[in-house]
Write a protein that binds this ligand. Structure first.
Ligand SMILES: Cc1cc2nc3c(=O)[nH]c(=O)nc-3n(C[C@H](O)[C@H](O)[C@H](O)COP(=O)(O)O)c2cc1C
Length: 285
């Protein structure tokens, strides 16, 4: 069985960052059970909705969104900046939350560790991040909470050196492992299982099979786990030339989706996403 993949996002871009040391320590513990991947947030252009609508969608955004889509869970390790999370982290959350209704974070289990050289342990950052995570439908682990204060005393050049913090992080990693394993890989918010993309063999806009030219690249579901459009039909945040009508599209999608989640559930899913698809097709999002 494939291992689940946990993405780690570090709130600090600083060389010698305390957060990075803590994140590296936790990832070493998680690697026994999961594939762990650090996601780079430093090169993401500041979110600007115009870029999602124009033909200038930054490649780094697209890469980042795809990287988030591919994750089964997310771990945030962050310092506190002015009682909130650092802008780079908020920007990363915003970038992968769009375009509208293609929120790549949705349905994934997550956890947050905040750190600070001060005694409050980044409580403000931790809870601002939780506020955003709840809007993005990330299922945040509630306990144990992780506010690590006086971090400068707990690390050295080689990483986390303080025994009591090491013990705490071991407990935290164990709880997070249990939390992640409560979820199906890439499960949907309503409990239905992710559809294997292999089952969706053709683009639901032009109905052509996916191949070298017509690459499957865009996710239609709010949790970002399903990709059914080809790059010819859906580009730069909107449809180019819709090849078929909405009714025809639904007629094609329902039997394909129905194979894995049942026809009734497929119809229900399609009626839930229809308004969004219509807005996309009309180029209004
Ligand atoms: C812009 C800025 C704002 C900060 N605000 C806070 C804060 O609100 N609370 C806090 O505990 N530390 C604050 N700090 C101090 C950081 O916690 C400290 O620099 C920490 O080492 C940053 O984490 P890092 O080592 O992972 O880079 C702030 C630092 C910066 C640069």
């Amino acid at each position: 069985m494939n291992k689940k993949t946990i993405g780690v996002l570090v709130g600090s871009l600083r060389r010698g960052s305390f957060s990075q040391k803590v994140a590296t320590h936790i990832s070493g513990l998680l690697e026994k059970e999961f594939d762990v991947k650090f996601l780079d947030t430093a090169n993401l252009a500041l979110y600007n909705q115009d870029l999602d609508n124009d033909s200038s969608l930054p490649q780094e955004w697209q890469n980042f969104r795809q990287a988030v889509n591919a994750l089964d869970a997310v771990l945030f390790v962050t310092p506190e900046y002015n009682r909130s999370m650092p802008a780079s982290l908020k920007n990363a959350l915003d970038v992968a939350s769009r375009p509208y209704a293609a929120n790549a974070w949705s349905g994934k289990p997550g956890a947050v560790v905040s750190i600070s050289p001060g005694s409050i342990g980044g409580f403000g950052a931790n809870h601002h991040l939780r506020q955003t995570a709840s809007c993005l439908n990330i299922y945040m682990m509630q306990q144990p909470e992780a506010y690590i204060g006086n971090i400068a005393d707990a690390v050295d050049d080689d990483g986390v050196s303080d025994k009591s913090i090491q013990d705490f992080l071991l407990k935290f990693a164990g709880a997070f492992t249990d939390w992640v394993n409560k979820f199906d890989a890439c499960s949907h918010a309503d409990g239905t299982k992710a559809v294997e993309t292999a089952e969706v063999a053709m683009c639901q806009s032009c109905a052509l099979p996916f191949n070298e030219e017509h690459k499957r690249f865009f996710s239609t579901e709010p949790d970002g786990s399903r990709s059914i459009y080809c790059n010819m039909c859906y580009r730069d945040g909107k449809f180019t030339e819709p090849g078929i009508t909405m009714d025809e599209m639904i007629e094609k999608i329902v039997p394909i989706l129905g194979k894995s989640i049942g026809e009734d559930a497929a119809k229900k899913e399609m009626s839930a996403v229809l308004p969004t698809l219509e807005r996309w097709q009309a180029g209004r999002v």
